[in-house]
Write a protein that binds this ligand. Sequence first.
Ligand code: NAP
Length: 495
Amino acid sequence: MTLQDSQIPAGSLPDLVTRGQLFINGDWRPASGASNSSIVNPATGQETATVSAATTADIDAAVAAAKTAFEDGRWSGLSGRERSRILHRASQIMRERSEELALAESTDVGKPITFARAVDVATAIDQYEYVAALAQQLDGSVRETPLAAHAFTKREPLGVIAAITPFNFPLILSSTKIAPALAAGNTVVHKPAGDTPLSALLMAKILTEAGVPAGVFNVVTGSGSALGDHLVAHPDVNKVAFTGSTEIGRRVAALAGENLRPVTAELGGNAANILFADADLEKAIGTIISAFVFNSGQFCMGGPRLLVERPIYETVLGILKDAVAGVPVGDPLDPATVMGPMSSQKQLDKVARYVDGARAAGGQIIVGGQKLDLNGGFFYKPTVIAGLGNDAEAVTDEIFGPVLTVQPFDTEEEAIGLANSTKYGLAAGVQTSSISRAHRVSSKLQAGIVWVNAWALLDPAVPFGGVKNSGWGREYGPEALDSYTRTKSVVIATD
Ligand code: NAP
């Protein structure tokens, strides 16, 4: 790994990625094709690291290592309590190395360091702790039956898990898969996003230090378009745990389906946030803004579509105009920064294209609407757009940037209809002071999770996942372990 970015304090990214190599069967090794890819700091546009670009031969080696490690029982053969201890130790090491993890996330994705610490790293630690407890409770049950038999169920691990994650929350989303997969006794081949692999490599070191045996956790870095099909269709992969775009998720699910391999598919979102006139407006405005600027809007469960009850529509636009202009945008390593850059030039260009399209379609830019020239980074100003029809692309598509569209509504039914008019269904929000409305509306929203008088209240104990084109499967909660185990029934004749 080479550090060229003067913004990164010297010595603060110590042995972060062990020369950017692949981690296979407990060893660090270069890619078999000897090629590398550049990792760019989005806050400066400068290269900060190079990591190995794996080949399909490296995928084969990683899957073979994971298969052997699963079959010889070095991990699946441990008791749940012993796996729990090791995962718990991993969470403790993560806590000790939390500054390194936070720095990796901040320089890789462009996240404000404040949020990288308080959200990304803290959540990942929580996940390991929560799941470590669940590892001790993978019980089956005795079944009452009229058969002359003693019948019971057991929960068994699946085998080799291919864990594929996107660029926006590398540490959280890899932990979301790796922690429950390991807790249940599986082995893992992890392919993080090509642009943001650093924390996955750091986690390989941490899990090894915690006592996870060689071959149980493997990391292959490189391009999804070059490696993805090979990994997903690999005959020795027993399940694919995918988080990413709906487009790639559909391809992954189809390919895994051909091999009859289970898939969890956590895909895109385009959530509506419904603001009723009876809401606590001061609180709601803060919620609305954080829901679309958090992580520069690169948040699958963000709230990019604001629906406002007509009597307060103009007032809300006026408040947003001033408040959004005051969101501190800048250097992610400055503790005062609330919003950093987009994570890549590609994401920046995508956001600019959508906003330009919205302008051309007659949208009124209330605030923002342009790039921000800062240190050569990929910055875009937080943007609020009003006056668009419900079929405008900026409303229907997942922009994945700091862009909020605002639409008025007159009735509760109309609001629910507008909220559900998207092809996605990951999250939704309701801002109201009426408890009966909160129940009524949340029950009618087509989404895997609904927040009332809040946004993005997430916790490892509370499951999330999509409906419609946002995918299927649930992560977090005890439900997460269900998807990494299968039930075996044993029926022993008693006569
Ligand atoms: P993406 O382009 O779909 O990539 C996701 C992962 O898939 C990356 O590791 C990517 O590798 C890999 N990949 C690419 N082509 C592949 C193929 N043919 N087979 C297998 N894997 C392949 O998504 P992204 O742009 O990184 O992330 C943004 C998307 O993720 C958004 O749509 C967002 O809503 C969604 N997301 C969903 C959730 C959720 O929980 N539902 C959470 C976060 C993000 P490369 O990076 O090397 O291309």
